[in-house]
Design a protein around this ligand. Structure first.
Ligand code: EPU
Length: 339
């Protein structure tokens, strides 16, 4: 046993759902060299990688070695009149990084303010909000292969980004640990995106007509705070489900029955239907079952009122999924990783 490996650590403070499961072995790594050293420890053949813990539901104790990625640092790699390339290490908190970029007047991340989690896990599910996705500013990332300890650089194209999706959720699932992410952001002249959701009305409320990136960030923060629970106060993992994407044929039948439903056209053949609306219509919004519940302001968010187990939350999720299927004939899939 290595001296820096801790034993029997509660992961309650390491996942935003606040689920109390036990890690048999645990190590927090602060730099890439330490991470590579830990990966070589033959004594623990299986490893479980933990970032910000904001997109997972832990339903059982972890008997393998938990590696907490706590690698910090931000660097400006190059800058000209139009753009800057910034490198951010994986263990930095996402929102702190967004605020740092805004303080430097670097544009492109402002619509993704206040998303929980760390920078290193953001590419895995291609985080997104208010009309912007990580892939819009992502240049490349450096990742280490768990089985060999070798470093590989992934370009934007290599990552195969999709809606809440990437290569790291599919063919390379569990195979790489992202150590740093490079972003290409704007300097000087920014293109602010305000057309999505409630951003415009939030800006109007404050009489802002020519918004800066800081104004957009503040508007997004205000909207998110009004709808989404703060994990520090109420355990949650953001949107629990993905918004389902259905074929035009399925959509036509659906909208005829439910003419008031909101939807977004994704392509010529597909339409996205907000899962939050489906769950609300199925009667779950604000409902509580023991300590597991559905948030009262946003039905897509499941919450832990204190002592819910991961199993209880997962049972509630399955119950919701069944009801939505029964009522609308539409399958909704979890966005969070269920472990
Ligand atoms: N809606 C309801 N009832 C609800 C919730 C939503 O009817 O309880 C309706 C809303 O009225 C609206 C539509 O559903 O017409 C969409 O709602 P909203 O704008 O709140 O966004 P969302 O589709 O529920 C997605 C992302 C969020 C992101 C917001 C804003 C997914 C799975 N979720 O939610 O991301 O913040 O858009 O861009 O795509 C996350 O991934 O963790 C997350 C919070």
């Amino acid at each position: 046993m290595h001296s820096y490996i801790q034993q029997n650590i509660s992961l309650k403070n390491f996942n935003t759902f606040g689920i109390d499961v036990n890690a048999k072995y645990f190590v927090s790594v602060n730099n890439v060299a330490q991470l590579k050293e830990v990966l070589q420890l033959d004594h623990y053949p299986d490893k479980f990688v933990l970032g910000g813990g904001s997109n997972m539901l832990l339903t059982k104790d972890i008997d393998t070695l938990v590696i907490h990625i706590n690698i910090k640092g931000k660097d400006i790699l190059k800058q000209d009149n139009d753009h800057v390339v910034v490198r951010c290490m994986a263990g930095e908190n996402w929102h702190d990084f967004v605020l740092w970029s805004i303080d430097h007047d670097f544009g492109g991340l402002e619509n993704m303010s206040l998303i929980p989690g760390n920078v290193g896990t953001a590419p895995i599910q291609n985080i997104g909000a208010y009309g912007t996705e990580l892939k819009d500013t992502f240049l490349q990332c450096k990742a280490i292969e768990l089985s060999t300890g070798k470093t590989r650089v992934f370009s934007n194209h290599d990552c195969k980004f999709g809606y809440r999706n990437s290569i790291f959720k599919n063919e390379l699932k569990g195979k790489y640990i992202i150590c740093s992410v490079d972003f290409k952001l704007t300097t000087g002249s920014h293109t602010v995106k305000t057309s999505y959701g409630a951003i415009e009305s939030e800006l109007q409320k404050n009489a802002i007509t020519n918004p800066s990136i800081k104004d957009v960030s503040n508007a997004v923060i205000a909207i998110r705070q009004s709808k989404l629970p703060d994990p520090k106060e109420l355990g949650n993992s953001g949107s629990f489900f993905k918004n389902p994407i259905v074929s035009k044929t399925v959509f036509r039948a659906f909208i005829t029955k439910h003419p008031d439903a909101p939807y977004y056209t994704v392509s010529e053949s597909e339409v996205k239907i907000p899962a939050g609306w489906l769950i609300e219509q199925a009667g779950f919004k604000g409902k509580r079952f023991g300590d597991a519940g559905v948030h009262r302001n946003q039905a897509l968010v499941l919450v832990n009122y204190g002592k819910a187990s991961g199993h209880e939350i997962w049972e509630l999720a399955k119950k919701i999924k069944r009801s939505v299927k029964e009522e609308f004939g539409i399958d909704i899939e979890a966005e969070v990783n269920v472990i």
